[in-house]
Write a protein that binds this ligand. Structure first.
Ligand SMILES: NC(=O)c1ccc[n+]([C@@H]2O[C@H](COP(=O)([O-])OP(=O)(O)OC[C@H]3O[C@@H](n4cnc5c(N)ncnc54)[C@H](OP(=O)(O)O)[C@@H]3O)[C@@H](O)[C@H]2O)c1
Length: 317
């Protein structure tokens, strides 16, 4: 892949998109294009088509989406389904018609059935019911995967889908009403520490098992997919290692320096009991993560502290 290739990163201001942008720049790619949602609403097909006609990107990386945790998914099912389908449909269709040869679509591990053998293999897609708390988002993502697969099959173009496990890192979302579990815990432990080591209440029982990948590792997997023609249409991206939510909480508590009590609110839902990705296909091709969990949490907490002023106005759930 020549370094001057014109790459459009949709969602380049987001946690994942900004990490991809940074890693691409670090790798020497110097013809990157991005638009914020204010500059280009990807739900608006006419604007997306006009943008593609003007900019003519050669590669498209789709890191734009409406994302959120259990609470946000439960509260806004229509937006999680429809916004995500509109964003990805407009991008995929404009790419196909604009002659884009390489399209990298980012989904999520929630596309797999709620009850499935662990670790989750790519083959398990559409083999059982989804986790109800995020099925709207998952259905949208599944249609994106299928759109890319159908283009691959019908037009022979390199449209590939990467399914990251839970991601965390710099530029994460620390708003407790919409955030994922890991940044929410960082904020809760930090604020409890600041308030004199008060107790921290966390959702659920602490027993579900989860896997977490540092966002820069995710970005490096996108560069891997950019620089290689991956032979199949769908790949999991993760660490291949999981831990309980309780173990995660204790790791974050240690990094943050909180010494108060942890209370588990069992009236709140746990979500899927276990979610670990089978990443043997990516490993076989030569990609592997580099950042271990505690190191990644330290980096994320460092970024949180550096940017804490920006979170003051963000609602605390
Ligand atoms: N975070 C995770 O744990 C995780 C895990 C697995 C997969 N993923 C996937 O990674 C991708 C990115 O997630 P993220 O965590 O980086 O989310 P994020 O931080 O919320 O970023 C999402 C980006 O999408 C853009 N966007 C949303 N709606 C848009 C619209 N209507 N028009 C234009 N741009 C729009 C936003 O642009 P503005 O900032 O300009 O508004 C933002 O830059 C998603 O496909 C997600 O499924 C994330």
């Amino acid at each position: 892949m020549k370094k001057s290739v014109k790459i459009y990163i949709a969602g380049h201001k987001g946690m994942v998109g900004s990490a991809i942008w940074r890693q691409l720049e670090a790798a020497g790619y110097d013809n990157l294009v991005g638009r914020s949602s204010k500059e280009l609403d990807l739900k608006d097909q006419a604007s997306v088509n006009e943008f593609f006609e003007t900019e003519k990107p050669e590669v498209v990386i789709d890191a734009a989406a409406r994302v959120g945790g259990i609470l946000a998914n439960n509260s806004y099912p229509y937006q999680f389904l429809m916004d995500n389908m509109m964003i990805q449909n407009n991008l995929i269709d404009a790419s196909l018609r604009g002659g884009v040869e390489k399209f990298i679509f980012l989904g999520s591990s929630c596309i797999y059935p709620k009850i499935a053998p662990q670790p989750l293999k790519e083959d398990y897609l559409l083999t059982g019911p989804l986790e109800p708390t995020n099925e709207w988002y998952a259905v949208a993502k599944i249609t994106g995967i299928k759109a890319c697969e159908s283009i691959r099959k019908q037009y022979g173009k390199d449209y590939v889908s990467l399914m990251p496990t839970n991601l965390y890192g710099t530029h994460d979302n620390f708003d407790l009403t919409t955030s994922h579990v890991l940044p929410a815990m960082i904020r809760k432990f930090h604020e409890a520490k600041e308030q004199g080591q008060t107790a921290v209440t966390l959702w659920g029982s602490g027993t579900p098992m989860r896997e977490f990948l540092f966002v820069d590792d995710m970005a490096r997997s996108v560069i891997f997919a950019l620089e290689n023609v991956l032979p199949e249409h769908l790949y999991n991206v993760g660490t291949g290692e999981d831990l309980t939510i309780k173990e995660l909480a204790e790791t974050i508590q240690k990094v943050v320096g909180h010494t108060g009590e942890i209370i588990w609110d069992r009236s709140k839902p746990d979500g899927t009991p276990r979610k670990l990705m089978d990443i043997s296909k990516m490993h076989a091709l030569g990609w592997k993560h580099q950042v271990q969990l505690e190191e990644g949490i330290q980096k994320t907490y460092g970024w949180f502290l550096d940017n804490i002023e920006n979170f003051k106005e963000v609602k605390i759930g």
